[in-house]
Design a protein around this ligand. Structure first.
Ligand SMILES: [Zn+2]
Length: 261
């Protein structure tokens, strides 16, 4: 019933994947989006999606993250990406975007160039985008509007409540990770500022384990802890929260509509 809308599984062996899928399903995490960060990991994501899973629904996102903006900005990489995203089960271009916080990342102009190229690819392919945006949410929001992007998910949202409201009002979506469960994180106001029908959850595993597993390696099974946390903040049952997320997921990514019977 829970969906992990963003995890990184490209370093997992097939044996590790099988046990990770099984563990996730046991924790009622029944849908995963395995997400890439550059061209080699996009190829790995395609491989995993084609292999599929017998225990859960597996989808993929291919894209070049801002961290890789210097070495991956070549036309050939966009062409490779363009053919990878035609694979059935690849439901988005991601993660892509801009990061104004990490000093080690390429210059902003370089990041923006690659970001816009991939937004144009998403438009050509009629695919939604999964966004990495740190400290530059307003700027990213403006770019989305300039490029006339209609379907976007701000992954691992850490911006403020006012920007969250603008994102939802612009028709875009927000995904929360385990960060919201951290003590002193203060994201409850941000969660309440969002339109509940625009919220998704994710683990961003192997990073960002939610409480009470903070600091340990993260896996998609922990998505239920984030779902549970949001349900509590919104004052709704876990079942209702999970159903809202499922409807949101299928309308954003064009996957089969959920059946709640
Ligand atoms: Zn990620």
């Amino acid at each position: 019933m829970w969906i992990d809308s963003h995890c990184h599984l490209y370093n997992c062996s097939s044996t590790e994947l099988a046990s990770l899928y099984e563990q996730a399903a046991r924790h009622r995490v029944t849908t995963l989006v395995t997400t890439a960060t550059d061209v080699p990991t996009s190829m790995e994501v395609q491989k995993q999606v084609l292999q599929g899973s017998t225990t859960l629904s597996l989808y993929g996102a291919c894209g070049i993250s801002p961290e890789s903006a210097l070495r991956e900005a070549h036309a050939a990489d966009i062409e490779t990406l363009s053919s990878l995203v035609d694979t059935p089960g690849i439901i988005a271009i991601g993660e892509i975007g801009m990061d104004g916080i990490q000093n080690a990342y390429p210059p902003m102009a370089q990041q923006e160039k690659l970001f816009r190229r991939q937004l144009r690819l998403a438009k050509t392919k009629d695919l939604p985008v999964i966004l990495h945006s740190r400290g530059v949410e307003r700027h990213v929001l403006n770019i989305l509007q300039e490029e006339e992007i209609h379907r976007a998910l701000f992954h691992c949202y850490t911006g403020d409540a006012e920007t969250a409201r603008s994102i939802c009002n612009s028709g875009y979506h927000i995904s929360f990770s385990g960060i919201i469960t951290f003590k002193n994180a203060h994201f409850d106001t941000v969660i309440r500022a969002c339109d509940p029908a625009k919220i998704l959850i994710e683990t961003d595993s192997p990073y960002l384990s939610p409480e009470p597993y903070r600091g340990k390696a993260n896996t998609p099974q922990n998505a239920y802890l984030i779902g549970k946390y949001i349900a509590t903040v919104l004052g709704i049952s876990e079942k209702t929260a999970a159903e809202i997320f499922q409807k949101t997921f299928s309308s954003l990514f064009g996957t089969p509509a959920p059946n709640f019977s």
